[in-house]
Design a protein around this ligand. Structure first.
Ligand code: 0X9
Ligand code: ZN
Length: 314
């Protein structure tokens, strides 16, 4: 663990090992929990980072790697966990957050697809479920959630990159995430889902031009995060609602999370803006993770202020 290179991409076997090692090394702060099985029957685990406290806790959820080829996303989830664990004792900012917030991190949501990008096809996006008698493979897990399912920006043809599955939450991976989030939704105040690429911070919604009730606040918090990100290495991000600044999508986890009542729900599209795209060189992992860390902490500070230091709202 001391020598685990966070500025490299890791095959799934190493990420499994890393999860075990890190929860053995810091058992008082981080624990590994079973979330469900993938289509190809691999276990999905999330890491829970939590400090003992008598305060009532809220939860930040973050998942990475719902799309297989977006390798920088799992790299960031691992980076985030390490940053928190290295700094929670001495860094007052992180200590403060952990007084009232637990972090739940799912480093690789689409494990079957991720493995497939290492073994067979670097640019695979979807899961690996089999359809039409084994003639085509994979559901776009970010079109499979139960929100305006397959209404726009998604396809019912299993050959397509945005295949929405056979029904809402047809896939074991989305079932596992949905039922867990549903069971904790009263306590989850922040839902982050990490993608690449495009350098965007996206807010709900993707399936409609209607805006969520806290749209203004979401924009403010998101813009402040983009500013914090830019201050680190000068990288420019755009902030806006998904359908406005990217394209229409239905069945996404972020929209679903917002619609079941999680107030701060964002998609991050990490580096770059197109030069390397999904195949971001390892040389950019460190800077990408450093700047993204600033953005995530900025959001968490704002969430924290809103829930524990504001006189008006609560
Ligand atoms: O198309 C997607 O699912 C995401 N882009 S990606 O290139 N990473 O595949 C965009 C997701 C944005 N969020 C939603 N509109 N739901
Ligand atoms: Zn993606």
């Amino acid at each position: 663990l001391e020598t685990y290179p966070y500025n490299r991409y890791h095959p799934m076997g190493e990420i499994y090992q890393w999860m075990s090692l890190i929860s053995e090394k810091y058992p008082e702060v981080v624990t590994q929990h079973f979330l469900g099985m993938t289509y190809e029957t691999r276990p999905m685990y999330y890491l829970k980072i939590s400090q003992p406290s008598s305060n009532p806790k809220k939860i930040m959820w973050m998942d990475c790697g719902i799309h297989a080829r977006e390798w920088i996303a799992p790299a960031f989830c691992q980076w985030f966990v390490r940053e928190i664990l290295q700094n929670y004792q001495d860094n007052s900012r992180i200590r403060r957050l952990l007084k009232n917030l637990d972090f739940y991190v799912l480093p690789v949501l689409n494990i079957d697809g991720y493995i497939y990008t290492w073994t067979t096809d670097r640019l695979w996006r979807k899961s690996r479920s089999s359809h039409n008698n084994g003639t085509c493979f994979g559901t776009d897990l970010n079109r499979n959630f139960n929100v305006s399912w397959c209404s726009i920006g998604a396809s019912k043809d299993c050959q397509d990159l945005t295949f929405c599955g056979t029904e809402p939450v047809s896939e074991p991976e989305t079932k596992a995430v949905s039922s867990f989030i549903e069971s904790k939704k009263e306590d989850i105040v922040c839902f982050l889902t990490i993608h690449s690429y495009g350098q965007l911070i996206l807010m709900p919604y993707g399936y409609t031009k209607n805006k969520p009730s806290n749209y203004k606040e979401l924009i403010q918090v998101g813009q402040k995060a983009a500013n914090a990100l830019k201050a680190k290495h000068g990288t420019n991000y755009r902030v806006g609602s998904s359908v406005d600044i990217l394209y229409a999508t239905s069945g996404s986890s972020r929209d679903w999370a917002r619609d079941i009542g999680i107030p701060f729900s964002y998609t991050f599209e990490l580096r770059d803006s197109g030069k390397y795209g999904f195949v971001l060189p390892e040389a950019q992992i460190q800077a990408t993770c450093e700047e993204t860390m600033e953005a995530v902490l900025s959001i968490l500070d704002d969430v924290y202020e809103k829930y524990w230091y504001s006189n008006s709202a609560g």
